[in-house]
Design a protein around this ligand. Structure first.
Ligand SMILES: [Zn+2]
Length: 243
């Protein structure tokens, strides 16, 4: 019945769209590249000197198609062009450390490394500002979400420490920054950092605030403040699968 109505053109466009949606038909947006090429050609036709004057050609293109100047959005499809730079800081270090302490505890309780290296982050006894660093720490390659067995979806709130995360805990240098564009890591910078340095920079920051007579909102992180890389040298991660 519906099909006949579509064929006979008796449905409004939105109704047709709704039907297309139901059967999952895929179409592709045209984008603006075609218009951009046409515009370029017509500008050059009107003024052939533009071929040798890129600055002027660009200025003319910008005048006719102002969206080309918008760095925020792709001129072709309007998707965001925003890149994010993530820097390993104290809160990422504290997340890693509190997760590692949890893994060690579970291992001491008799779990295998793989079983233990599945931390329920929301249940950790650390400030919210530390718990909410999982996504950032995953961009830095230190932690990864845990998936349901044999499935591609993640177990909410459960994260594991990656081999890079364990290397960081042992005091090794890891990338200090990554640049992420549309959820993929585009670039790692040459700069590296250790957990110790990440913790110390915050300590210096706190001391600076106190020296200037300022106040610090309480984050008494107890055992986490006494990080010692050598504690993690001999920690047995060899039995486990590492990412
Ligand atoms: Zn685009």
């Amino acid at each position: 019945m519906l099909n006949h109505m579509v064929q006979e053109g008796r449905l409004e466009k939105w109704q047709q769209l709704k039907i297309n949606n139901m059967v999952g038909e895929i179409q592709y947006h045209n984008g603006k590249l075609g218009s951009l090429v046409k515009l370029t050609v017509s500008l050059i036709k009107a003024n052939p000197a533009l071929i040798d004057d890129f600055e002027q050609l660009r200025a003319n293109l910008f005048a006719s198609m102002p969206e080309l100047q918008n760095k925020e959005r792709c001129a072709n499809c309007e998707a965001s062009m925003r890149e994010y730079i993530y820097t390993f800081d104290t809160w990422d270090a504290l997340l890693l450390l509190s997760m590692a302490i949890e893994v060690r505890k579970w291992q001491q309780d008799g779990r295998t490394f793989n079983e233990a290296n599945q931390v329920r982050v929301p249940e950790l006894n650390v400030p919210h500002s530390v718990k909410c660093r999982t996504t950032k720490a995953s961009k830095l390659g230190l932690v990864a979400p845990v998936m349901y067995k044999g499935r591609k979806d993640r177990i909410p709130g459960v994260w594991l420490i990656t081999s890079r995360g364990w290397a960081a805990l042992r005091g090794e240098r890891v990338p200090k920054k990554v640049k992420v564009w549309r959820k993929t890591i585009e670039e790692r910078f040459d700069q590296t950092i250790t957990i110790q340095e990440a913790l110390e920079s915050h300590k210096r920051f706190r001391e600076g605030v106190l020296e200037r007579g300022g106040k610090i909102k309480g984050h008494d992180l107890g055992a986490l403040k006494t990080y010692n890389a050598s504690e993690w040298f001999d920690f047995d991660i060899h039995a486990g699968k590492l990412l």
